[in-house]
Write a protein that binds this ligand. Structure first.
Ligand SMILES: [Zn+2]
Length: 424
């Protein structure tokens, strides 16, 4: 229907937009994308999916391009342009998946009891398909948009580097609001924790263990640090709380200590091996996983670690310990929290429409998992939400699926959200 023929009221506009969508078509779009492998061991990694999406959108008359990010791996970027000057909404989804693992028929999407199974079904190709189909529907219905509707299908989320989204943030396109299609059970997610990894390297002095007092055990020193972490920093983190996320947390994830000249024996630990012994350990590394809530800065967390180490050093002049931040990759220094204002129109409209179309409780939510939405939000201050079909609990599992009935609902909510936010 051409734009000039559109009915005037919001309700009739919505009806004419929704007439465009069919369950058969969203199912076909989703299964076509699921049938293309895009995990780290697949030929071309994500690029075959990016090409498929570009061609799908171009057949609908929508501008779509590949953007190489690294080593031939491509984002796909599309836009339904408004006349300029209006708000710009971005649909964003990662187009990589985790490898198939032990999943049965991972690239032959199949339905059992109303559930569509395949690797990437909920995480997050169904979410991507629902964004693409919403865009296609808006184009076909000729819904007039005052601002741009953008789609960015990005690489490298599952490897923890988020290189695809970082490339969008660095090079565009720019947006004023972002919806990331991770599985949210069709709820609007406005907050999640950030996560960062640290390491504390503790140095001792090795000596023959028949006279251990001649040396300094790095393991004993690490034990003191770990006890202090548990008694002070863990308690402090757990006292800080966010209304949607609960408390921050700190976990000692691993401890490895040994004598350098016995390292091979100490770390192999095969059956029948000679136990490491006869030497006082001079190396111990503590691995830490810190989950930040909104309001906790990276500087604050690091300052707390350093303050604790300084206190311990004052009590013990033999304590040699160094804190190291361990980023996922040089480009992604930190995984920040997501903290979008629950009263922003993006959130309010998503809640209103999801309630109307799918009966979803109209309350903004926080979730325990991390998403690229946090990068748009923390690096550019862009209000960003997570919204998509499927349940995160089945992501990465051998039973990964998305409920078929959520595909069309997610499409309609995406389309109505874009029409509402970008309408003149
Ligand atoms: Zn995901």
């Amino acid at each position: 229907m051409p734009a000039s023929a559109l009915p005037a009221t919001k309700e009739s506009l919505r009806d004419s937009l929704f007439d465009v969508f069919s369950e058969d078509e969203i199912l076909r779009i989703t299964t076509d994308i699921l049938a293309i492998e895009s995990h780290r061991d697949a030929p071309g990694h994500e690029t075959p999916v990016a090409i498929h999406i570009r061609d799908l959108l171009r057949r609908e008359g929508i501008q779509a391009e590949l953007k190489e990010v690294r080593d031939g791996r491509c984002n796909v970027i599309a836009v339904l342009p408004g006349p300029g000057g209006g708000q710009r909404l971005m649909f964003n989804g990662h187009i990589d998946t985790v490898p198939p693992g032990d999943m049965k028929r991972p690239f032959e999407p199949h339905i059992i009891d109303g559930k569509l199974y395949a690797r990437g079904a909920c995480d997050m190709k169904a979410g991507v398909a629902a964004q693409l189909y919403a865009m296609i529907g808006l184009k076909r219905a000729g819904v007039p948009l005052a601002g741009d509707l953008i789609f960015t299908g990005v690489i490298a989320e599952e490897d923890g580097t988020s290189l695809g989204t970082l490339d969008v943030i660095a090079n565009g396109p720019e947006a004023d609001m972002v919806v990331v299609a991770e599985p949210s059970d069709l709820e609007a997610i406005v907050a999640h924790k950030g996560f960062d990894y640290y390491r504390i390297d503790v140095e001792g002095v090795s000596t023959h263990s028949s006279r251990p007092t001649n040396g300094v055990s790095a393991i004993y020193k690490a034990a003191r640090i770990i006890t202090a972490i548990e008694e002070k920093l863990v308690v402090r983190a757990e006292r800080r709380s966010h209304p949607l996320l609960g408390s921050a947390s700190l976990n000692v994830a691993a401890v490895i200590g040994y004598a350098r000249n016995e390292a091979t024996t100490a770390l192999r630990r095969g059956p029948g091996d000679k136990p490491p012994g006869a030497v006082v350990p001079d190396v111990c590394t503590i691995y830490l996983d810190r989950r930040r809530i909104p309001g906790e800065s990276l500087e604050l967390v690091e300052a707390e670690f350093e303050e604790l180490l300084n206190e311990l050093r004052q009590d013990d002049d033999q304590l040699v310990a160094q804190l190291h931040f361990t980023p996922a990759c040089p480009e992604l220094h930190s995984h920040p929290p997501l903290d979008t204002d629950p009263d922003h129109p993006l959130v309010r409209e998503c809640l209103r429409i999801a309630f109307e179309e799918a009966g979803i409780e109209a309350r903004p939510k926080g979730v325990p998992f991390w998403s690229d939405a946090a990068l748009f939000n923390s690096m550019r201050g862009i209000p960003s939400i997570v919204f998509g079909p499927g349940h995160i609990g089945f992501a990465h599992s051998d039973r990964e699926f998305v409920p078929v009935h959520e595909l069309l609902k997610a499409t309609r909510i995406n389309a109505a959200l874009a029409a509402s936010l970008l309408s003149g």
